[in-house]
Ligand binder design. Structure first.
Ligand code: NZQ
Ligand code: ZN
Length: 393
């Protein structure tokens, strides 16, 4: 096991009616005037937004609202948020929604206390010294942003989607009531679970060894997500299994499954180009890319793929044919993705044939003109990424 630092400062308040604690928690973490940030319509329609605002009002906390965050959140709204925070003298950011809303709130939190352009943090031109306090009321188990140090923003100017990670933006608290996820449509439910599993798999596919405990935690998360997603797709108000999904989303991306190892992250980087260019749903794009990534890289460490096939995908271990066992694991993953309604080709994801020019452009952007390779399990240059996109067509 490699040396590691495990830092997860977020206070998690999990369970029924947990959103009723929002005012008390904002006060606990020093908020007096709050920007309540939310998405398109779900939080309004479900009544959650009104309940949260009501609770803040009763708690004597002043607030301003800013909605309109879209999946693959845009930089232009972040700029608007920064202006509002400064003008209204806001001192606390509360995201009510999923990863996109939380990530947008984190970007506002960096930008509002910085004199320059917030996008510079995402391109690596500058590093933030400070960040306003952020917290969330989570409505979709998926991105794991509720406990993570990351934020992913899309700059509409050039369709560039970039992530930035820094511990200073980790949410102060995360309110998670699984009942609030009952309204999720099947596609978002499935894409969310695909993302949760992928956050675990990005770390699991590693060449490091002596990771028995971390591996066992990762495999438990993967097996639990596989089972619970079918249950909630059948019965969207199944509290027990919505709760497994919700807690799984946080554990998969708060650092726990990465303790003592070096993760891969190529699938995420390659997918980000698809969501930037085609505004694809992140989790659905991951399903498409992982399958061809796995086929492209499995020979780097067949025994790792055998372990995954046997312990996660329930493939019988054929000791005479490790490669066959490894490949059956990947094929079972394809069957699983189909069973939950995820696409398994780019065509299915974007609704048309992708052109070779588009593939070349994405591979170029993903590697900054072939100057920054991606992944660790197998280090991928632009040409490798072109092959992975082509195999996913
Ligand atoms: O906008 P509304 O109307 O709220 O609809 C949302 C949105 O359309 C809907 N939704 C959310 N909660 C709902 C609901 N609909 C009904 N009932 C509810 N309870 O779901 C749709 C997707 O929401 P979004 O926030 O985009 O989902 P997700 O949490 O998957 O976030 C995706 C974003 O997170 C980034 C992705 O790249 C993508 O931009 N990621 C962020 C990470 C991080 N910060 O650590 C890591 C991830 O790997 C990921 O890259
Ligand atoms: Zn993800």
């Amino acid at each position: 096991m490699k040396d590691f630092l495990y830092y997860t400062p977020t206070e998690v308040v999990f369970g029924k009616e947990s959103e009723k604690k929002v005012a008390e928690l904002v006060l606990k973490y020093g908020g007096h005037k709050v920007l309540v940030h939310y998405g398109g319509k779900s939080a309004k329609k479900s009544g959650l937004l009104d309940e949260v605002c009501d609770c803040l009002q009763k708690g004597g906390i002043d607030f301003v609202t800013l909605g309109g965050v879209v999946p693959n959140p845009r930089l232009s709204l972040v700029h608007q948020g920064i202006d509002i925070v400064r003008r209204e003298k806001i001192d606390f950011l509360l995201a009510v929604g999923g990863g996109s809303v939380i990530d947008s709130a984190k970007a506002i939190a960096y930008g509002a206390v910085y004199d320059g352009e917030v996008w510079d943090f995402y391109t690596g031109k500058a590093s933030p010294k400070d960040c306003m306090p952020v917290a969330c009321v989570l409505t979709i188990p998926a991105a794991g942003s509720e406990m993570s140090e990351s934020s992913v923003i899309t700059n509409e100017d050039g369709d560039i989607k970039l992530g930035y990670s820094n511990d200073i933006c980790r949410p102060k608290f995360a309110i998670m009531n699984p009942e609030r996820t009952f309204t999720l449509p099947p596609y978002q439910t499935a894409a969310g679970v695909t993302d949760i599993m992928m956050h675990t798999m990005e770390r699991y596919f590693s060449h490091d060894d002596d990771m028995t405990l971390t591996d066992n935690i990762a495999e438990a998360i993967l097996r639990t997500m596989k089972e619970s997603v079918h249950a909630v797709l059948e019965n969207p108000t199944d509290y027990r299994n919505r709760a497994q999904n919700m807690w799984g989303g946080s554990l998969a991306h708060n650092g726990l499954t990465g303790c003592g190892l070096t993760g891969d992250w190529a699938t995420h980087q390659i997918e980000h180009e698809l969501s930037a260019m085609f505004d694809a749903t992140h989790g659905a794009g991951l399903a498409v890319i992982w399958l061809s990534w796995a086929k492209y890289v499995y020979k780097e460490n067949i025994s790792r793929f055998v372990k995954f096939a046997v312990n996660v995908m329930d493939v019988p271990n054929d000791f005479t044919d490790p490669e066959g066992t490894a490949l059956k694991g990947i094929e079972r993953m394809r069957t699983f993705y189909r069973s939950i309604g995820m696409p398994t080709t780019i065509h299915e994801l974007i609704g048309r044939e992708i052109t070779d020019e588009e593939i070349q452009e994405m591979a170029r952007k993903c590697t900054l003109n072939d100057t920054v390779p991606q992944g660790n399990f197998k280090v991928l240059r632009a040409e490798d990424i072109v092959q992975i996109y082509r195999m996913a067509r």
